[in-house]
Design a protein around this ligand. Structure first.
Ligand code: FMN
Length: 402
């Protein structure tokens, strides 16, 4: 049994949502409902209270029966899955821009990243096809990684025929239920994720680093957690995260930590951008400015993935990343072979719209068995989700064989 939070906004399809709540309860789930003020004009809170056997939440500010609670925080903490159905064009636009002016939109912003949000738009077909609405939905899906369930074509309440109709409650209940089942998909797998840029100190105040933000690695963590995998995250000390991470600074420190944790790992996702070189000599004191040029000698850092080849067990799956500005395929394939990886994810860093510090990416994945797949531009969460599916498939096949 899971906890499902249903957000209801002011669309004509509201009348279908009590049935959705019933179907979810029939499947054994506990259901709580947040309504917008507009939604409460279409269906009364009493209807939802009757079908869910829980109180209905509309207003964050009203004197509530549970004074210790802050609803927009507590409800998303309680929920395993958050579904918004129907989602009006208005609420979709608010979510796309981060507006939090009612309980429902505030709850969306307060939702921990690893919890799935399913959004089911429903409206008149001209509204649905409007550029504004299309752009907003694109953003929700591709930039924020939310799950959109497309409306279907049919007779609309406004007597038009077109796209915009809410799918039937039975179909929606199955969709939500499947999401919950797949949430446990990785519960038998130990993941080790590295993320962010290493820092190589030259003196106590200066260091060499790179542009990696760690967002790709954190996107992997979100999906692993969402699917109940066991996660160990080793990341740069400049990354802010709620995950219980081991923080490191230099490539050597990262290597030490990876060596310590890799034994107990089934799938290693090595997104950290590791400096190839460090200062040959660290100065204990701040290097003073002088009139002449100074030369910095660099020495090679360990190539972590290459070094790890001697630690790798047959059943383990290692996924590497290659940020390339030229000869993407050739360089990625070389790394894949040399480092005995199962998969390498290559991205073209010469493009400004994707990659470093962006919330989107577009990658090519090369596999040890010769397969090559392209993943079109999408949110880093979507990309992480696809890559993990491949990595887990390889891991499960290896386990079957051994
Ligand atoms: C009779 C009626 C039906 C409506 N149906 C829809 C609808 O299906 N989808 C939609 O996006 N907006 C619909 N609207 C407009 C929304 O109710 C309106 O944009 C409202 O501000 C939405 O508020 P909310 O997003 O906070 O729930 C309808 C309005 C009325 C009066």
């Amino acid at each position: 049994m899971s906890n499902i939070l249903v957000g209801v906004t002011g669309g004509i399809a509201c009348y279908k949502i009590p049935t959705l709540c019933r179907r979810l309860r029939d499947k054994g789930h506990d259901v709580k409902v947040i309504m917008t003020e507009s939604a409460s004009k279409f269906v009364t809170p009493l209807t939802f209270e009757s079908v869910t056997h829980n109180m209905v939440y509309i207003d964050d500010f009203k004197e509530n029966e549970e004074p210790d609670n802050i609803y927009h925080i507590d409800l998303v903490k309680w929920a395993d899955v958050f579904v918004i159905a129907p989602a009006t064009a208005n609420t979709i636009a608010k979510i796309a821009t981060g507006i939090a002016d009612n309980l429902l939109t505030s709850a969306v912003l307060a939702k921990p990243a690893e919890k799935p949000l399913i959004i089911v738009p429903s409206m008149n077909s001209i509204m649905y096809e409007s550029i504004q609405n299309k752009k907003n939905l694109y953003r929700l899906s591709n930039e924020y990684g939310y799950n959109i369930v497309d409306p279907v074509v049919g007779n609309l309440a406004c007597q038009d025929v077109g796209v915009g109709k809410l799918p039937e409650p039975e179909f929606l209940a199955d969709t939500v239920h499947e999401k919950i089942i797949s949430a446990g998909d990785y519960k038998d797998i130990n993941f080790l994720v590295t993320a962010g840029a290493t820092k190589e100190f030259i003196d106590p105040v200066r260091y060499i680093t790179n542009r990696s933000s760690g967002k790709m690695g954190l996107a992997f963590c979100d999906i692993i957690k969402r699917k109940s995998g066991t996660l160990k995250l080793i990341c740069s000390d400049s990354i802010k995260t709620d995950y219980n991470a081991v923080f490191v600074c230099s490539a050597e420190e990262l290597f030490e930590k990876v060596k310590a944790y890799v034994e107990n790992t089934d799938i290693l996702i090595m997104t950290a951008a590791v400096a190839d070189y460090r200062a040959a000599k660290y100065s204990d004191n701040k290097i003073k400015k002088s009139d002449s040029n100074i030369f910095l000698e660099l020495t090679k850092n360990p190539d972590i993935l290459k070094e790890l080849t001697s630690y790798k067990r047959k059943q383990q799956v290692f996924v590497g990343f290659a940020a390339e500005s030229e000869n993407l395929q050739k360089n990625a394939m070389k790394k894949l072979m040399e480092k005995k990886l199962d998969m390498i994810v290559a991205n073209d860093i010469s493009r400004r719209d994707i990659g470093f510090d962006s919330s989107e990416n577009e990658v090519t994945v090369f596999f040890a068995d010769g397969r090559v797949i392209n993943i079109d531009k999408a949110s880093k969460q979507k990309i992480a989700e696809i890559i993990l599916e491949y990595a887990v498939e390889i891991y499960r096949n290896k386990k079957k064989i051994s």
